[in-house]
Structures are given as structure tokens and as C-alpha cells.
Design a protein around this ligand. Structure first.
Ligand code: NAD
Length: 428
């Protein structure tokens, strides 16, 4: 394996500073409540308006969005909903008679309240509204709150608000960043306290979720978006170059990797990507340029197996395979947030419209978790009951194990059942 281009930086550089800022903000909001959250909205987002979006504002947003864009949002919502419904259908309860008379089961119960963070600082993340709110609704969460940063003097951009409303948010807050997260976690502005907070966001949002974890559940701790393309000699270099540039656009510190077994393709990409970046609009160009210069890697491998091993080690958030024999890749690869097979699809489809969720594990977390799904909103809980006859062997074994462990109170809970249910017998 040869690194034709190496990353010169790692993404976690200023995490300590962010932690200090966010923990101070959360502490202030925990004490100062709504007033403290409003202060941060004023200071950071220049927002003085109402926090809870009214039905009239929802209707006005719908009226302001062009019909074609609304149709596109409905298209994406429908695809994401259908995928989430298919996931929901795989979630089932079970019951088993473990011993004669001892029955136990497992139930899937949605959380009572969730908070969905819809990022909105730099880009208008319409798709994040669709991915989070729709999935919570399909999971059966009774109360879904969603928040997004307001633009100064304007509020949440109409397209995001339209998507939040369409997907079924019960309450929408014009509040972003740490203050938005804290409002949903602490139950400010009349909300129920969220049981779980989901959704992507910048480093302040991600850190707030991480600090709050324990007090509430979170979907995952998300770092900068990362993407890998695996391409062999059959790939179209122009398409691969466009895909890498699209993913580098996410942020200045978004890692992108090209893993290839074809030296010629690698050379073409190394030449073409900087050219394409130069053609992006200014803001996007800055992000993509920094991402490509500092965080991108191009790796030349011997063969498909070596490429697959490398991908599994990095466990990328997005993994796009543009190679022959796609079924082999689907069977072979083990660690990724979401997999895209063949040049007919692309990560941008998954990010915006196609159906599988775009809230995905970053920074190698795909080694141990998948992305957002209906399962994240559901608790797998268990129950049991027993007949008196079945309680006998359970009580006898429980008492002996408890005494061995030194837990006399547990043993006596077992003993009292034996003496109540089988009074004629002597268990000493
Ligand atoms: P954002 O909504 O995450 O953050 C904006 C908020 O940050 C503002 O409301 C403000 O209150 C707060 N903020 C800004 N500067 C601050 C400071 N100095 N101190 C404290 N708070 C501050 O929007 P964004 O910044 O554009 O970031 C969006 C993020 O979401 C990006 O990192 C993007 O990559 C990520 N994203 C990820 C996915 C995914 O699924 N992986 C999808 C969409 C977006």
C-alpha cells in the first residue's frame, strides 16, 4: 500500500476549547433557564423574536417555498419514510417459555419525547430535518420537538421550516446551537424534557450532546463528515473526482479518501480534484480546498482485498465503491456508516433524497455502530412471569447463588416465596 497523498492534520485539534465553552453555556442555561437560552440566541444568532414557531408561521413558510422545491422535499420525505417503515417492520416483540411455567419476553417501546437538531448555520440543511423527524415519527415517538438556528430578523429559513412541518414535528423552536440543544434536553419553552437528542450539528452542538449524554440519550457523537471512494480501473475518473469534491465541500476539516488499485486513475484524480474545487462558489471553495489540502488522502493498493481491509480499518462514514463485482464488495465490507455501490448512485443521493439515513457515525465510529434508524428511538425492554410451580426451582437456585455471593437480602426474597407457596415442605 502506498500513500500517494497523505493528510497533514487530524480533526480533533481544538476539542478542549470547545468543551470549556459548551460546558459553561450548559451550566448557565441549567441555572438561568429560558432567559439564559434567549440571551445566547441574541448573542450568537442575533435573534430577538419568538422561540416557538406558530401554526401561522408554518403556513407562511409553506407558501414561501417554490412548488418544485416542495415537491422535491416531499419526494425525499417519502423515500426516507418508506425506508424507516421497512426498518420498523423488522422490530418485533418476542415471548418464550424458558421453563415450564416461566414465561419471559422482550418489548420494543418508543421513547416518550425526542429532540431533533436541524443544523442551519452555514447551509440550509433541509435533508437533516427529513432524516431525523421522519425517523422519530415512524418509530412511534409521541412527542417530537425540533430546533434550528434562526437567521437574524428572518427566523428559520422557509424550506427548512416547511420540511420540519411536513415531517411532523410537534413543536418547532427557532433556536440553534447549544441553547437549542439545552432547551430540548431541559424541557424549556413548555416542551417535555427530551429522552433522546438526535441530529447532526457543528462542534458546539456535538459537544453539548456529548456532555448531556447520561442525563438524556443521544444518537451518537458526530465529528466532521468523512467519505471514502474505492475505485478500480473500471471507474470513471471524472465521476470519482466530482464525488470527492462534493464530499470535501462539507467542511474545512472533512476527511476524504480515495483508495484505488489503479495508478493511472489516482494520477488523474490528483490532477483533476484541485481544478474542480476552483470552480466551486467562494464559500464552498474555501472548505473544499482546506479539506483536500489538509485532510485528504490518496492510497494505492495492490488489489480489492487490500482496499477492503483498509476501508474496514478506517470505518468511513460514507463509503462509495466504484469497482467491478459490486456483490463481492457488499458481502466483504464490514465497517461503514452507509455504503453506496456503483456509479449510478452517489453519496449526495444518500445525503439528500434516496432513503437510508444520512445521520451516520463519523471518525471511525462505524467500527461499533450504524447510523440513525428507528431503533435508536426505541427501547428494548424485557419482562417475565412465573407460575408457583416454576418459582420453586428458581427460588431454590437463587437462594443458593445469592448466599454464595453474600447477598442475604436476595436469598430471603427467594426463601419467602418457598415458604408461602410450599408451606408443607421443609427447604432447610
Ligand atoms: P449548526 O446549526 O450546527 O450550528 C450553528 C449554531 O452554532 C448557531 O446557532 C450558534 O448558536 C452556534 N455557534 C456558532 N458559533 C459559536 C460559538 N463561537 N460558540 C458557541 N456557539 C456557537 O450549523 P453549522 O455551523 O453550519 O454546522 C452544521 C454542521 O452539521 C456541519 O459540521 C456539517 O458537517 C454537519 N452536518 C452533518 C450531517 C451528517 O449527517 N453527518 C448532515 C448535515 C450537516
Amino acid at each position: 500500500m502506498i500513500h500517494l497523498k497523505k493528510a497533514v492534520r487530524t480533526a480533533e485539534a481544538d476539542q478542549e476549547g470547545v468543551h470549556d465553552i459548551v460546558s459553561k453555556m450548559l451550566a448557565k442555561i441549567a441555572v438561568g433557564g429560558e432567559a439564559a437560552a434567549r440571551d445566547y440566541a441574541r448573542e450568537l444568532d442575533k435573534w430577538n423574536g419568538e422561540i416557538i414557531v406558530t401554526p401561522e408561521q408554518r403556513a407562511a413558510a409553506s407558501a414561501a417555498v417554490p412548488e418544485q422545491l416542495k415537491a422535491d422535499i416531499r419526494f425525499a420525505h417519502n423515500n426516507v419514510r418508506r425506508f424507516a417503515e421497512a426498518q420498523r417492520a423488522t422490530v418485533s416483540d418476542c415471548t418464550i417459555e424458558i421453563l415450564p411455567g416461566l414465561t419471559a419476553g422482550q418489548k420494543q417501546i418508543p421513547v416518550s419525547a425526542t429532540g431533533c437538531y436541524v443544523p442551519g448555520g452555514r447551509y440550509s440543511h433541509v435533508a437533516s430535518a427529513i432524516m431525523t423527524i421522519t425517523t422519530a415519527k415512524v418509530a412511534g415517538v409521541p412527542h417530537v420537538a425540533a430546533c434550528s438556528p434562526p437567521r437574524p430578523g428572518l427566523g428559520i429559513p422557509p424550506a427548512i421550516l416547511y420540511a420540519m412541518d411536513l415531517c411532523g414535528a410537534d413543536v418547532i423552536l427557532s433556536m440553534g446551537g447549544v441553547q437549542g440543544v439545552a432547551a430540548m434536553a431541559n424541557g424549556l419553552f413548555g416542551l417535555p424534557k427530551a429522552d433522546i437528542l438526535v441530529g447532526p450539528g457543528n462542534q458546539y452542538v456535538a459537544e453539548a450532546k456529548r456532555i448531556l449524554f447520561g442525563q438524556i440519550g443521544i444518537d451518537m457523537f458526530a465529528g466532521p463528515t468523512d467519505s471514502m471512494v474505492i475505485a478500480d480501473a473500471t471507474a470513471d475518473p471524472e465521476m470519482v473526482a466530482y464525488d470527492l469534491v462534493g464530499q470535501a465541500e462539507h467542511g474545512y476539516n472533512s476527511p476524504v479518501w480515495l483508495v484505488t488499485s489503479d495508478r493511472n486513475l489516482a494520477d488523474q484524480i490528483l490532477r483533476r480534484v484541485p481544478e474542480l474545487i476552483e470552480t466551486l462558489p467562494e464559500l464552498n471553495r474555501h472548505s473544499a480546498k482546506a479539506s483536500w489540502a489538509d485532510f485528504a488522502e490518496v492510497i494505492l493498493c495492490e488489489d480489492a482485498e487490500e482496499m477492503a481491509r483498509f476501508a474496514d480499518e478506517l470505518a468511513p462514514e460514507h463509503l462509495h465503491v466504484q469497482c467491478k463485482d459490486l456483490d463481492w464488495w457488499l458481502g466483504r465490507l464490514k465497517s461503514y456508516g452507509s455504503l453506496f455501490l456503483g456509479e449510478e448512485t452517489t453519496v449526495a443521493f444518500g445525503d439528500k433524497t434516496s432513503g437510508p439515513n444520512h445521520v451516520l457515525p463519523t471518525s471511525g465510529a462505524a467500527r461499533y455502530t450504524g447510523g440513525l434508524s428507528v431503533h435508536k428511538f426505541m427501547k428494548t425492554v424485557t419482562w417475565q412471569r412465573a407460575t408457583r410451580e416454576a418459582s420453586r426451582p428458581l427460588a431454590e437456585a437463587t437462594a443458593r447463588i445469592s448466599r454464595l455471593e453474600g447477598m442475604e437480602g436476595h436469598a430471603r426474597s427467594a426463601d419467602i416465596r418457598l415458604s408461602k407457596f410450599f408451606p408443607e415442605e421443609d427447604f432447610d
